[in-house]
Design a protein around this ligand. Structure first.
Ligand SMILES: Nc1nc2c(ncn2[C@@H]2O[C@H](COP(=O)(O)OP(=O)(O)OP(=O)(O)O)[C@@H](O)[C@H]2O)c(=O)[nH]1
Ligand SMILES: [Mg+2]
Length: 436
């Protein structure tokens, strides 16, 4: 990515999604914006009013609106403009070509956001919030992305930062002014480090919830052949997706579908029925079922309730019951006294099954949505516990504690971008798509 190297150049890209749309928007950003507009937008008056929409015909023959934003009052913080024209790929292509011809270069993926960050419009966690907002699929993802974009992370980190800074100044005062370690000072430093560790622990405790909101829950349908797994998949997604037959061993490969429950994406997977099989293809399918059961967040273990519970079911169930819900199928043919009874024919028991599924959805508010933030806070915690070990050990020189505390501060800075190295920045922004 040439973003950091070439960030004084004027750049342009389409900022609306790819493909066909009624309208598409192109952004130009950089000091040459007006110069470029003068060649592409003949209807602009000599004295431009900022944030005012002008309508007319572009040099390409298409017509549309242009809004110019002044330096410091635009998304990127630079002089910039947004042009909306008709959204056919060819119309957008012609408009962009005219803009490039006039002196802009194509924006790299994430370059608008990178510039907004470099110009101090947003911090790094807010830039990630923009990425998460654009990528959001569910309401929960969108809600958490809004919180990130609003800068909640940096607000919440204030408490952590002030505890670590306090611990550091205390330790530094001790090393500067006393040969002998002052017990009161050490106690205060340890107290502050503990406060910071407690903050990290609260942050990290929300990681499973964040992962669930981000990636969803992997729910695997398992059971013996003919238990009714594929029928249940079809009923849950309300679509005739998986083949259903009375022949045991119908499903051989796993089939994944998506549902959203309470804003949590659910990846629901139908699998090959569990049995001893001489068929090579079926064996491979069953091995895949076992892998999926391992990886899953939740297993719905199905058995044919009209035929009853078997020794094979008991053996399977014992292995998985910690993370499984038991489902007795075909209740229209006969009831079972164990598990949640369901019938896909009558629909009975399905609401109860969905309620049971929802009980596995984690509640609460995650500290962040972004995996990188949890990785950083984990590293911060490691630095803090190193500092604590040093402070608690009178034989180790206490300036070693300040080394760990300074690393902790630097790490926290990587979260907001204050101290993120260039390669980290480029890596983060290159995950953005073009136009962000
Ligand atoms: N009466 C009744 N029949 C059902 C019900 N659910 C499934 N069946 C029947 O049971 C048979 C097996 O259903 P599937 O959904 O293919 O079972 P499976 O667990 O996917 O089987 P494999 O793919 O072989 O592992 C089919 O004939 C279905 O029509 C139900 O609720 N009531
Ligand atoms: Mg099946």
């Amino acid at each position: 990515m040439s973003g950091l190297a070439g960030w004084t150049e004027t750049i342009a890209a389409r900022i609306t999604g790819p493909g066909k749309g009624a309208v598409a928007v192109v952004r130009i950003s950089g000091s040459r914006t007006v110069e470029i507009l003068n060649q592409v937008v003949p209807f602009l008056p000599p004295a431009i009013s900022f944030r005012h929409a002008y309508y007319g015909t572009f040099s390409t023959g298409d017509d549309g609106l242009v809004t110019v934003f002044s330096e410091g009052a635009s998304f990127t913080g630079e002089l910039s403009a947004e042009l909306s024209g008709h959204g056919s790929p060819v119309a957008v292509q012609r408009l962009l070509e005219a803009i490039f011809q006039a002196g802009a270069r194509p924006a790299e993926p994430g370059e608008f956001s990178l510039r907004a960050f470099l110009n101090g419009q947003i911090d790094l966690s807010q830039a990630e919030g923009i990425r998460e907002t654009v990528d959001a699929v569910t309401d929960r993802q969108l809600f958490e992305a809004h919180r990130l974009r609003e800068g909640r992370i940096s607000q919440e980190l204030e408490g952590l930062l002030s505890a670590v800074r306090h611990a550091l100044t205390t330790v530094e005062a001790l090393t500067d002014f006393s040969e002998e370690l002052d017990g009161v000072g050490i106690d205060l430093a340890i107290y502050k480090v503990d406060e910071a560790i407690a903050f990290c622990d609260r942050f990290l405790a929300t990681e499973p919830l964040a992962r669930q909101i981000r990636e969803g829950m992997l729910v695997v349908l398992a059971g013996q052949p003919n238990a009714g797994k594929s029928s249940l998949l079809n009923a849950l997604i309300k679509e005739d997706r998986a083949i259903v037959t009375p022949i045991p061993g119908t499903t051989r490969d796993s089939i994944e579908e998506r549902l959203v429950l309470d804003g949590i994406p659910i990846r629901i997977v139908d699998t090959a029925g569990l049995r001893e099989s001489g068929d090579v293809v079926e064996q491979l399918g069953i091995a895949r079922t076992q892998d999926l059961m391992e990886q899953s967040d939740l297993i719905l273990y199905l058995f044919d309730g009209s035929l009853g519970w078997t020794d094979i079911d008991r053996d399977q169930w014992q292995r998985i019951e910690d993370k499984a819900v038991l489902v007795a199928t075909k209740s229209d043919l006969g009831q079972s006294d164990r598990g949640i009874g369901i019938s896909v024919l009558t629909g009975s028991g399905l609401p109860e099954l969905i309620s049971a599924l929802k009980k596995h959805i984690l509640v609460g508010e995650p500290a962040s949505l972004v995996e990188r933030h949890y990785e950083i806070i984990l590293e911060v915690r490691t630095c803090l516990s190193e500092a604590r070990t040093v402070l608690c050990n009178p034989t180790v020189p206490d300036d070693l504690a300040s080394v760990s505390l300074r690393s902790a501060l630097r790490k926290i800075g990587e979260l907001t971008g204050e101290s993120a190295p260039a390669d980290v920045l480029e890596q983060i922004f290159s995950q953005f798509c073009i136009g962000k």
